[in-house]
Design a protein around this ligand. Structure first.
Ligand SMILES: Nc1ncnc2c1ncn2[C@@H]1O[C@H](COP(=O)(O)OP(=O)(O)O)[C@@H](O)[C@H]1O
Ligand SMILES: [Mg+2]
Length: 325
């Protein structure tokens, strides 16, 4: 049943030079919805995003499926990908300069997207469309910005321009990989609000990658929690936040700093509070990736890989305890 599943990732496994950074990732994105992908640094968030975009690192071998409107992205040729990447699916990055070319003006770069990806031949039409995009993403005085170079703008403004460029091709899915991590706190909030408004107004779907569960819960309809290359839990944001199912998510929420700590120590959850360390991607793991740190661990957790347990409200988790919680 294809139903409302726009993207359906099944058992996505990635091997790179003897390491396995993704271990059977399962992820579902519904049409018009936003999905937060949350996890610590190194948990496989970016590689999952890049797998969807068909931008795998050299030497990476993918197994599994990534069904985009029923079509397996992992099986596409580079030529076939070109009709999807940057057209149906667009991506923005933590560093807006990854999307912007320092040698060309903002206007030139947006114009290129409208000419090449959208096939708009009329230069005046492209300029009008480009200026309206800049306005839509909240750039003041778009006519002046049109002739600016990326380095002449602040980080927040550059990120807005990279969002405008992503929108220029009217994608159905926007993947945002930690788009606010490099920005000041006040600017972060503005960009989050902008993204929220844009996906609502344009009826786009979004995959929003972040290390901050609270931010994901605020911005996204659903949340998927990653740990050591596994999506250990997925479900509606407020449910995952209020009643986490996987022991890792439970520990993650407990490790979040209090408000007082948050102002003095930054907002990152301090996972060091959980004894043990994350397994390396080169480790062979027969059972659950969280077993060695889990306070609810059972003997079977070390030998049996937890299957995806589906519960009510499209909640999913990979834990042998599922059903008891
Ligand atoms: N090009 C690459 N080659 C080999 N290993 C990589 C490559 N890119 C990332 N990795 C490894 O894969 C794991 C997941 O990386 P990544 O998806 O970037 O994590 P995240 O975005 O969650 O911080 C990390 O252990 C990282 O070192
Ligand atoms: Mg990353």
């Amino acid at each position: 049943m294809l139903d409302d599943r726009m993207l359906d990732i099944r058992g996505l496994t990635l091997d790179i030079h003897g390491a396995r950074p993704l271990r059977e990732i399962d992820l579902v994105l519904k049409k018009g919805k936003s999905l937060g992908v949350v996890g610590e640094s190194g948990s496989g968030k970016s590689l999952t995003a890049l797998s969807i975009m068909g931008l795998l690192p050299n030497g990476a071998v993918a197994q599994g499926q990534a069904l985009w409107k029923g079509r397996d992205l992992l099986a596409l040729t580079e030529d076939q990908y070109r009709t999807i990447r940057g057209r149906e699916i667009a991506m923005i990055f933590q560093d807006p300069m990854s999307s912007l070319n320092p040698s060309f003006t903002v206007g030139f770069q947006i114009d290129e997207v409208l000419k090449i990806k959208m096939g708009i031949r009329n230069a005046a039409e492209r300029r009008a469309r480009g200026l309206s995009l800049l306005k839509e993403v909240g750039i003041p005085a778009p006519e002046e910005r049109w002739n600016s170079y990326p380095h002449q703008m602040s980080g927040g403004m550059s990120q807005r321009v990279s969002i405008a460029m992503a929108l220029a091709s009217e994608p159905e899915l926007l993947i945002a990989d930690e788009p606010t991590t490099a920005l000041d706190v006040t600017v972060q909030a503005q960009i989050l609000e902008l993204l929220r408004r844009l996906i609502h107004e344009r009826h786009m779907s979004m995959i929003f990658v972040t290390h901050d569960l609270a931010v994901a819960a605020k911005v996204c309809d659903e949340i998927a929690v990653f740990y050591a290359g596994v999506a250990v839990e997925q479900g509606p944001s407020e449910m995952v936040f209020e009643t986490p199912r996987h022991p890792y998510t439970q520990a993650l929420l407990r490790a979040r700093p209090t408000k007082i700590q948050a102002s003095s120590e930054g907002r990152r959850p301090r996972l060091a509070a959980i004894p043990g360390s994350v397994p390396r991607s080169t480790e062979q793991i027969a059972g659950c990736v969280f077993a060695s740190r889990c306070e609810k661990v059972m003997e079977s957790c070390f030998t049996k890989r937890p299957p995806v347990a589906e519960g009510a409200n499209s909640r999913k988790s990979r834990c042998l305890l599922q059903g008891d919680q």
